[in-house]
Structures are given as C-alpha cells and as structure tokens.
Design a binder for this molecule. Structure first.
Ligand code: ADP
Ligand code: NA
Length: 350
C-alpha cells in the first residue's frame, strides 16, 4: 500500500476567512499528529482568474503566516509555495494530456468562476483542476483535507491517476515503479494512488453570512459576508450581529434546521468552533432566540480566532523569517517532487 501522505493548498488571493480556516487550515493542523504533511501556498493557481496581483509576495507571506499561526510545524512537516517547485507545472502538462475535455467540461467551479462570458475565461482557469491533480500526485499523496467545494476536483484527480495507471500499465511494470492496490474490488498495478478527500466535521462548507445559499468566499464583494482571520473583535461582533437569520428561534432538533440555510450555517459554525456536533449545540440553545445565540457565537469566535490573529500579525512583522521558512520548505518539496518526476519521465519515455 501507499504510505499515508497528506497534501493540501490554499491560494494567495485576498483575505483568509473562517471558511478557509474551518474547511481547510484547522484540519491541516490536526492531521500533523499522525501523518507526514505537505502544505502549499498555491501561487500558480492565483493566476488562473487574474494575471496581475498587487502584492503577490505579501499575499504568499500572509497565507504562510496563517499556516504557522494556526499551529502548522514547518520543521516536522513541509510548508512552501508552488511556483518554487517547477515539477508541479511539468506534471500538470502531462496531466493535461491525460485528462479528457469532457471531464473538464463537467467542473462546476469553472462554470461558476468563468461566469457568463466563458469564451473570455483563461485556459488556466479551465485547466486548474489538472494542476491541482499534479500538486497532489507529484508527491504521490494519499489524503487531501479540503472544503466540500473541492470534492469534484478530487474525483477528477482520481480519474487522472486511474487513466495514467491504466494507459502506462506496461511501462510502469517494466520500469518496476508500480505497486499493487485494490480499487473497489479490482486489483490494479498503480503508479499513482487513489487520493482520499478528508471532508468532514459540522461545517464542511461555511456559507456567506449574508446569503445562506452561497459559500463564504474571498471573492464575495461584501466584506460583511465573511469573517476574515485578520478581523478584530469589534468586526467579528458586527458581522455576526448583522448575519442574516429568519424570524424563528433555534430548534431543539437537527430536523428543525431543514430549509433554514442561515440558521443551519450559524449552528454549524458554532459546532465547528466548539468541536461539537450540531445536535450538541441545539441541545444547549434549542428554544432560544438568535438574540441570545449570536452573542454566544461572537464570544466563541473571538476566543478561537484572536490568538491566531495576534500570532499572524506578529509573524507578518518579520517577512525575512517567513521567507526563510518558505525557502527551506521549497527545497525539501523540490527534492521529493523530483523523485516522482524522474520516474514519470522514465515511464513516459522522456
Ligand atoms: P476561496 O474559495 O475562498 O478562494 P481557496 O480556493 O484558496 O479559497 O480555498 C482554500 C481552502 O479553503 C480549500 O480547501 C477550500 O475547500 C476551503 N474553503 C474555501 N471556502 C470554503 C468555505 N466557504 N467553506 C469551507 N471550506 C472552504
Ligand atoms: Na475554493
């Protein structure tokens, strides 16, 4: 079997928010205890929607600072930025040739991000999931902690791995690089593993505070829609007080959240921050009004986030230190990625 290896990435575009924290970064931290982990600031992905960025180095440092402030250990694990390891782009080209256009056409994130005028979207935005597959598989990673919005991209990663394994099966066998795995009940001689998404917890998709049907996102025009990791107590309090709700109070049972996306979202956020289930939260607050629940949520959010915010600010005041962490992490990532790429080139015949 493949040795368990965790990989995930976050784009250096705009403010990190509570969705990034609960959907991704908090899981990154927890997984360190029992796994070898590689965490990446995916700066090449940041070009897919927008070519010119005001302060790319600052954005990269800010995500790195969030990783470190949340508790990622860059010495035991690897923290680096994608563009410093060109093997990602090299494998992505090969995957562009493995992936089928029909597969890419099914990607809902592309449809959302491209908007109405799809002819004007970049080829990079279209190929984004192929680069994401390369990010993961260039380390032959097996587990990927992400938010629920990335589920479809991970299915595509498995499809790409499977097609590569099948198409090059004889070459993989001849070179002696493969291992025997089972996929479903089928035995497969594989070079790339079938990645497992790690998408769980009470808030796998944190929704906007202004519209319970949209995910909380860096790209939402309204700052009131999200809690940023750099927001102070006053901002957090304002945003939660103004968060959209319906006129009813909190139900005592999960079933009472059905058809109430805003209420469901706030209960999910509370549960995730408190490390409890939604049922536990409703057992405590069922029957109460939002005028009681919201202040409790503000206190909890401030309690969890303010130490991270403080540490992020402290780290960002010393850019030299962050750059050293990234340089060291990139060198270690490059060495590991090159082991895979030497074998992949050999399998292909380059
Ligand atoms: P964004 O979608 O805000 O641009 P990224 O694409 O950089 O952020 O996502 C970084 C990580 O955060 C991914 O693992 C993604 O699944 C997760 N994530 C982003 N938004 C949310 C959300 N609203 N709820 C849960 N997880 C999220
Ligand atoms: Na995303």
């Amino acid at each position: 079997e493949f040795k368990p290896l965790v990989f995930s990435g976050v784009q250096p575009t705009g403010n990190l928010h509570l969705g990034n924290y609960l959907g991704a970064i908090r899981k990154f931290v927890a997984l360190q205890a029992n796994n070898d982990c590689i965490y990446c600031v995916v700066d090449m992905h940041a070009l897919t929607a927008q070519l010119v960025h005001e302060d790319m180095p600052g954005q990269i440092r800010s995500i790195t600072a969030a990783f470190l402030a949340a508790g990622i250990d860059p010495e035991k694990h690897i923290v680096f930025n994608q563009s410093a390891v060109p093997q990602h782009a090299e494998l992505a080209w090969i995957f562009n040739c493995v992936a089928r256009i029909g597969w890419m056409n099914r990607m809902t994130q592309f449809k959302d991000k491209a908007g109405k005028d799809r002819e004007q979207a970049s080829l990079g935005l279209y190929a984004y999931p192929s680069l994401m597959a390369a990010d993961i598989l260039v380390y032959r990673a097996t587990h990927v902690p992400v938010g629920d919005d990335q589920k479809q991209h991970l299915e595509l990663t498995r499809d790409i791995a499977m097609k590569f394994n099948m198409d090059y099966m004889e070459h993989i066998r001849r070179a002696g690089y493969g291992i025997d795995i089972t996929v479903g009940d089928e035995p497969v001689h594989a070079y790339f593993p079938m990645v497992e998404p790690l998408i769980d917890g009470p808030a796998p998709r944190v929704m906007s505070l202004r519209d319970g049907t949209k995910k909380m996102s860096k790209s939402d025009a309204s700052d009131l829609s999200r809690i940023n990791l750099l927001d102070d107590e006053e901002n957090i309090s304002k945003k939660i007080r103004k968060a959209k709700t319906d006129p009813d109070g909190l139900p005592s049972e999960i079933a009472g959240l059905a058809g109430r996306p805003e209420a469901d979202n706030l209960v999910g956020i509370y549960a995730a921050l408190a490390d409890k289930s939604k049922a536990d939260v409703l057992a405590a607050f069922g029957g109460q009004q939002f005028s009681v629940f919201k202040p409790a949520l503000v206190d909890l959010a401030v309690h969890v986030l303010s130490p991270i915010t403080g540490e992020m600010r402290r780290l960002m005041a010393d850019p030299g230190h962050i750059d050293t962490v990234l340089r060291d992490g990139s060198a270690r990532a490059r060495a590991r990625a090159e082991v895979t790429m030497k074998q992949v080139r050999d399998i292909i015949g380059f």
